[in-house]
Structures are given as C-alpha cells and as structure tokens.
Write a protein that binds this ligand. Sequence first.
Ligand code: CO8
Length: 372
Amino acid sequence: MNAPGSAKAVIRASGLYTPPESISNDELVASFNEYVRRENEKRPAGEALQPSSSEFILKASGVRSRHVVDRAGILDPEIMRPQIRTRSREEPSLLCEMALAAANEALERAGRAASDVDAVLVACSNLQRPYPAIAVEVQHRLGTRGYAFDMNVACASAAFGVQVACDAVTMGSARSALVLSPEVCSGHLNFRDRDSHFIFGDAATAVLIERDDGARGTHDFEVLGTRLATRFSNNIRNEFGFLNRAETEPRTPDELLFVQDGRTVFREVVPMVAELLASHLADLGIRPDQVRRYWLHQANLSMNQLILKRLLGRPANEDEAPIVLDEYANTSSAGSVIAFHRHQAGLEAGDVGVLCAFGAGYSAGSIVVRKR
Ligand code: CO8
C-alpha cells in the first residue's frame, strides 16, 4: 500500500507515443504464410510448417492490428524482424526517443515543465541496453532534476513503476516523478513462430505522478492505493542476456526470443489477477461494481473478460473495461496505460477507476484511483 501518513499521490497526466506504421492481421499472415511456403519447399513432407490465419488470431486474442517501429523488415519473408538503424553514441537511443515523446505529452497535459520533475523511471519489459540507464538518458535529454533509473517487471512494469513513484512522492524522495514505458516488443518477437507471431506491438507511455499539494489539474486522479503481487513461473520467458556468449552450449538467436505457454499463462494468471483485484478493492472498502472503469493489461481479450466476470459476477461491457489491444496488440507494460490514456471519457469527479497490469514473472499490479 502507498500513501503512508497524510501524504497522498496524484496522477497529474499521462502521455502516449504510437509509432506511425502498423500491420494488419492479413498483412502479417500473408508474410508468415509466404515464409512457410518457401520453407516447406526445402523440408521433407513430414516436417512441413503449418500456415497461420487471421481468423485464428482474432478469435484467440482479439488483436486486429499492431503498431510497429519498422513494418518493412517485419513483413519481408526473408527478414521477419524490425530493421533498426544503428545510431551513434551522440544520438538518442530509440527507447529514449519514444519515451521522450510520451513524456512530453504528459508534461504538456499537466502544464508542467521538465524542470518540475525530479525522478524519471523507465519501467518496461524490453530494455535496449544494460547501461547507462535509458532513464538517465531521458533525464539528460528532457532536462529533469534529481535521479533516474530503469526497472523491468515485464508487462506489469508500469504498475510497479507507478507504485515506486507513489512511494517516492509520498515519502519525500521526489516531488514529481515520470513513469515511462517505451516498448519495442517487435524486437524480441519471433515472427517465424506461428504460436506467437501475432501477439505484440510497439508503443510508449508516460504517467506523471506528484505529491498532492492541494492544487487541481484537469487530468487529476487521486491515487487511493496500490498493490503488487509476484509468483515465480517459467511459462513466459526470455533467455536473452549478457551470459549468452559465455554459455558452454551456444544457442541460436531464435532461442533467445520471447517464448510462452500461452494456454497455461491464461489459466494461471486469470485467477491470480482476479484475486489481487478483489482483495485490493475489499481492503479499500470498494465493491468491484462501484468501479466505474477498469483499465486492464492488454494481452488477450478473453482473458480480460474472464478476469472481470470472476470479479463482478457478470460480464463487463466495453465502457467499463475498454479495449485497445485490437489496434495495438500486446504492448507489454504500455498496454494498461494506453487504455487509461485513451479512455477517460465519461468519468466524473468522484468516479473510481482501476489500472491493472500483469505478465511474466508472474507479476501483477493494481492501482486504484479516483477522478477529481
Ligand atoms: N494460426 C492458426 N492456428 C494456430 C496459430 C496460428 N497463428 N497458432 C496456433 N494455432 C493452432 C494451434 O496449433 C492449436 O491447434 P490444435 O488445437 O489443433 O492443437 C490451436 O490453434 C490452439 O492453439 P493454442 O492453444 O496455442 O491457442 P490459444 O487459444 O491458447 O491462444 C494465445 C493462444 C492467444 C497466445 C493465448 O493462449 C493467450 O493470449 N494467452 C495469454 C498469454 C499472455 O497473456 N501472455 C503474456 C505475455 S506478455 C509478458 O508478460 C511478457 C512481456 C515480454 C515482452 C514481449 C517482447 C516480445
């Protein structure tokens, strides 16, 4: 729980960067199936690869398209990965650039200058390099004060980052903190894997959190409480790391990408998240049906529907639990914040909302807020 003593945290504003290029299911499937056709020409009949299908993707996940940093490389059956220009040390990194765009929107919406901010957290699944921290690079380019650091709790990173930021502003180690979640999921996705080639997209989000000093802003949400939970699982895993080069049995590049047992993840994470939300709301004295809006992690449409059915005892409608994964696919830590950023219409002062993110680890976080 955050907010010890009398200090409270407030979300002042959010920001979003959406890469301009996007890929529809049909385009992605056409590229994948062309790869399968070429590959099968080289394989014995018994080892033929199976084609993908847009119908399956929509039915299994709810995804219709995804924004990506590079469409051409992903769709080329000979390449099937984003082609990202190598930058000099003097240029901003790609993650820094995306995070800056989202951060600037959040600052503008809050009516704040970068110099008002004294903590920057880059909280995301896919960090571009171990060091220097992307967050310190953002701090430098944006011109914020204080300190900055990176953190990775997979898809739940933004929720964990918001709790850390709330703790910082309520405990006094910062007055104002930016939680940034730039995600280039396409860089870690195996576009030759039929089971997962459709799952992810790219985007960046920002959340500006301040110590509540009584001043009112147009986009304010008072943070009523935060709760995090983790439970170890190998069912979503990425083996990429600095020890790869030292391993006695070297692995191929494709073995160092995202892998999951999607069925098991679905089965195990739904009850974990429903229980987290139920207990968090109960401890705050809020019934699940008193929540006006749920901004859930955007991995799978049926998963979100099932979590809310467990929680509410009935299906939630799209107004209660908006969906952005149809356009964005799973943008890992950015997903629930994109839903929050784009779906605030209809909320009135006093309305309660819940931002909830979950993913690899397993990890899950719940942030309960009230519109001011
Ligand atoms: N086209 C056609 N058919 C297919 C395809 C395809 N592309 N893929 C699989 N099939 C077939 C299978 O072969 C299977 O056939 P059969 O029944 O004959 O064996 C059938 O469809 C069903 O397959 P699945 O059981 O795999 O399908 P599901 O209904 O379970 O759907 C999903 C698969 C969509 C993956 C689903 O299980 C899901 O979404 N699960 C939840 C996963 C989730 O939330 N994961 C979180 C990951 S995010 C995270 O935390 C990590 C962040 C890291 C960042 C990422 C960087 C890349």
